[in-house]
Each structure stands twice: as C-alpha cells, then as structure tokens.
Design a protein around this ligand. Structure first.
Ligand code: 5GP
Length: 208
C-alpha cells in the first residue's frame, strides 16, 4: 500500500466547509510537523486552547493506543477500517509511518476557524502539494539527547525509541527544506508564543 492524496482536490480542503459569516478570508491550513518526540501534540493542544479560532484535526491511525494515552488522541481503527476510508476517498492525506497507518480525514472545520494538522513529514509534503498556501511550521528538538529523553518519557519501548530517532535523521532535512517556519521547541511557552505570532501574521497576509 502506498501513501496517497485520497480524493482531495488541489488547492482546496476537499470536504471542508467554506468559511462564511464571521470572516471573509478562506481558512488557513497550519501544518505542524517535526520528528517524533519533539512535542508536536502538546504544542497543537496548547495552540487550540490558547486560540479559539483554531480547529485541530483528529487523525485516524491503525497504531495501538499507548498506555495512558487519551481516547481523543486519535480515532483508533483496524487496518480494514482504514482501507475502507481510503477507498471512499475519505482522507486529505495518509501515510505509513513505522509500520502503522496515519491519515487526516477531509477537514470540516467550524466556519470561521483555521485548520491545524499535526502530521509527519510525508503527510506535510502531500498537503503542501494540494495547498501551496498551507503554512508548514517544522518543529525541532533542542538536541537529540533531549528528543530521546522525551520519547522515553512517554513510555515508548526501547526499539521504538531507536526507530523514531533513526527516522528523524531522514525526516529533518526534508522538513527543513519544505518548511515556511522552523521553531526549536526548547521552552514550550516560548514555542507557543512564537507559533501564535506566526499564525497571527499569516492571518494578516504576511507569510514571512
Ligand atoms: P505517534 O505514533 O507518535 O502518535 O505518531 C507518529 C507520527 O505520525 C508523528 O510524527 C505524528 O505527527 C504523525 N501523524 C499523526 N497523525 C497523522 C496523520 O493524520 N497523517 C500523517 N501523515 N502523520 C500523522
């Protein structure tokens, strides 16, 4: 099975509702990507809690739920359920990552919201191909040692920690090349402030 763009249309959110009413501009798509253990999901959760205009997509995965992981972290599905959704063109993008499938359902944000996707690099590349105005914020760990510590802290088994660190070596150069913005997640507070500033600037039409 090879990753794909589902039935998404280029330069559009596919099934997304059009932004009407409170805002005249089309919704932004903000892609948060970066290697495993960099803190992407914590960052995405904090961003949406700080900015009510952000709408966080909930991905599907065939990965088993981690111990202590929230039921809301993903829609946890079987490979058959995932395949059915691929066949129905139900994903904006999907990929295989270290033996499991992950996919973004066609976004259907609340009107007036901007869409946040928290995905790995292959998915980020797919979204950029579909929507060249999507804003890719690539997050880096301060050091490889710190990344390793964070991966262990969330309870990944030793071989998983190594696989994710190894994968990071190939993901980073691609992500850095593709990124509109690069943020080093050293202090979480500063990372969130910096990302909110990037999003605010993008809302006013400034992408730099
Ligand atoms: P984890 O197993 O650590 O939750 O996720 C593994 C990787 O898959 C992470 O880099 C995460 O950002 C990414 N991921 C989560 N959801 C999606 C998705 O819908 N699409 C893609 N392409 N990657 C995803």
């Amino acid at each position: 099975m090879s990753p794909g763009l589902g039935g998404a249309q280029k330069n559009g959110l596919g099934g997304a509702q059009k932004n009407t009413g409170s805002s005249l501009r089309p919704p932004l798509t903000i892609v948060i990507s970066g290697p495993g253990g960099v803190g992407k999901s914590t960052i995405a959760d904090l961003l949406v809690s700080r900015d009510p205009q952000l709408w966080l997509s909930r991905s599907w995965t065939t990965r088993a739920q981690r111990e202590g992981e929230s039921d809301r972290a993903y829609v946890f599905v079987s490979p058959e359920q995932f395949q059915d959704r691929i066949d129905a063109s139900g994903f904006l993008e999907w990929t295989e990552f270290l033996g499991n499938l992950y996919g973004t359902p066609m976004p259907a944000p609340v009107a007036g919201s901007d869409v946040v996707l928290e995905i790995e690099v292959d998915g980020a590349q797919q979204v950029k191909k579909l929507q060249d105005d999507a804003i890719l914020i690539f997050v880096l760990p301060p050091t490889r040692t710190e990344q390793e510590r964070r991966l262990r802290e969330r309870g990944d088994r030793e071989e998983k920690v190594h696989a994710r660190l190894h994968k990071a070596e190939t993901e980073e150069p691609i992500g850095l090349q593709l990124a509109d913005h690069v943020v080093v997640n050293d202090s979480l507070d500063e990372t969130i402030d910096e990302m909110l500033r990037i999003i605010d600037r993008a809302r006013s039409g400034d992408r730099d």
